[in-house]
Design a protein around this ligand. Structure first.
Ligand SMILES: *Cc1c(COP(=O)(O)O)cnc(C)c1O
Length: 414
């Protein structure tokens, strides 16, 4: 029997990173502001901004730090209400709480996207900002979200931590709202171990974020203006905010930047491979009456490195039996709402100042939504081993006719 692949190992870091890391180790030049210009972190920012087609990028210690700085850069007063999806990673409500704001949770449907009726209902006059989390790359209706928010003058922050490379009407996700945030944690498309980046076209937003990230004194002068931009816009924005903001020190080190930079040219290949892998496994799982992979919204081109699917017509016991049957075949399946203390299940966010509220749709989705990592380096035979394991696990639990054999069967009306 072919063994299921290990889905936790990342791709190797490109060889070019070694010479640069050796150079940094030899000189000890690890701090982004030691060199007068062109430090690896500053070069990473310029390259990332260019790759995304935005004016400004700020590299920081994590995507969580980028989200925190985004809220701070917007100048939200304490206790501001910030709308976030109820299906996201715990880092998102945590960043809101860290910024002394109050997360208000919006329902997410069984296709893992923001429920627009609930979004519109909750986007009241007290909402000061919106964070859209493109969870696992599933892109909510950005046309409707931007239209509603622009009309009310509410700034949109895109949490694109796990969505780098995704397109919406051909536009890069993370560049549609006022601010975008990405992660370089090892499970994301670009891997620095830890790290994140904030992007924006707004000079005041970026100047405020740069200073608060720890550009003390005149270190902001070591940040690069967009190529070919002689407008002085950025320098004037820095001058406006000098000495007026706290320094939270969430900087990135040159070592992390040296690890990410040679991966940027790899991104297009990773996105292509990830999408082909995902769509291959999705087509196979959709053959089963017990599993459904939600389709993307029409304007979306995905960049997945994992797959999510819903279990259909199963009781809680049958879902647990399916997870066990997949595990016995070497494939780890996480049901967001059933795995204990899952960081993506909103009822585990006990730190929310006003609680999560009533979210029956999101809760029902989380109880049946499965998560399986599909790193882009997997080969077609490895993907087939995984798909075969999932299909046969579902058959074992539900049978061809749909009956669960043995004790523990919860009655199913079928
Ligand atoms: C990974 C992730 C984050 C947090 O990123 P860090 O860099 O680990 O702080 C936030 N939101 C989503 C959707 C993520 O997947």
């Amino acid at each position: 029997m072919t063994l299921a692949p290990n889905v936790y190992d990342a791709e190797p870091i490109p060889e070019e990173a070694r010479a640069e890391i050796d150079r940094l180790l030899a000189s000890g030049d690890l701090f982004r502001y030691t060199a007068p210009e062109d430090a690896p972190v500053a070069l990473l920012e310029a390259e990332f901004a260019e790759a995304l087609g935005v004016k400004y990028a700020l590299a920081v210690s994590s995507c969580s730090a980028a989200l925190f700085l985004a809220l701070k850069a917007l100048g939200l007063p304490r206790d501001s209400r910030v709308l976030i999806p109820a299906f996201t990673f715990a880092a998102v409500p945590s960043a809101v709480v860290h910024a002394e704001c109050v997360p208000i949770l919006v329902e997410v449907g069984e296709n893992y996207r923001i429920d627009m009726a609930d979004f519109e209902a909750k986007l009241g006059p007290h909402i000061r900002a919106v964070i859209v989390s493109h969870m696992r790359g599933h892109t909510s209706d950005m046309d409707a979200i931007m239209e509603l928010c622009d009309r009310r003058g509410v700034p949109v922050i895109e949490d694109a931590a796990h969505s780098l490379g995704t397109l919406w009407h051909g536009r890069k996700i993370g560049t549609i709202g006022k601010i975008g945030a990405f992660s370089f944690q090892s499970y994301k498309m670009l891997n620095a171990g830890e790290g994140g980046v904030l992007v924006s076209d707004d000079a005041d937003v970026i100047a405020r974020a740069v200073i608060m990230s720890g550009a003390y004194e005149h270190n902001w002068k070591k940040h690069k203006a967009p190529r070919g931009d002689n407008s002085d816009e950025l320098a004037r924005a820095f001058a406006r905010w000098q000495n007026r903001l706290p320094l939270y020190n969430t900087r990135m080190s040159n070592l992390s930047a040296a690890v990410v930079r040679p991966q940027i040219p790899e991104l297009a290949r990773r996105v292509r491979a990830g999408l082909a892998n995902h769509d291959h496994v999705a087509a196979r799982l959709n053959e089963s009456p017990w599993m459904a992979v939600p389709a993307p919204l029409p304007p979306e081109t995905r960049a997945p490195d994992s797959i999510q699917f819903n279990l259909l017509g199963m009781s809680d016991d049958e879902v647990r039996a399916f997870v066990a049957a997949a595990a016995a075949r070497g494939v780890g399946v996480q049901v967001f709402g059933l795995s204990k203390d899952n960081a993506r299940a909103f009822w585990n966010w006990e730190f929310l100042p006003e609680g999560p509220g009533d979210l029956p749709r999101t809760r029902a989705m989380l109880m049946r939504a499965c998560d399986v990592r599909l790193p882009v380096r997997l080969t077609r035979p490895e993907l087939d081993v995984m798909a075969d394991a999932l299909l046969s696990a579902a058959r074992e639990v539900m049978g061809e006719a749909g009956a669960l054999a043995g004790p523990g069967s919860a009655g199913r009306a079928r």
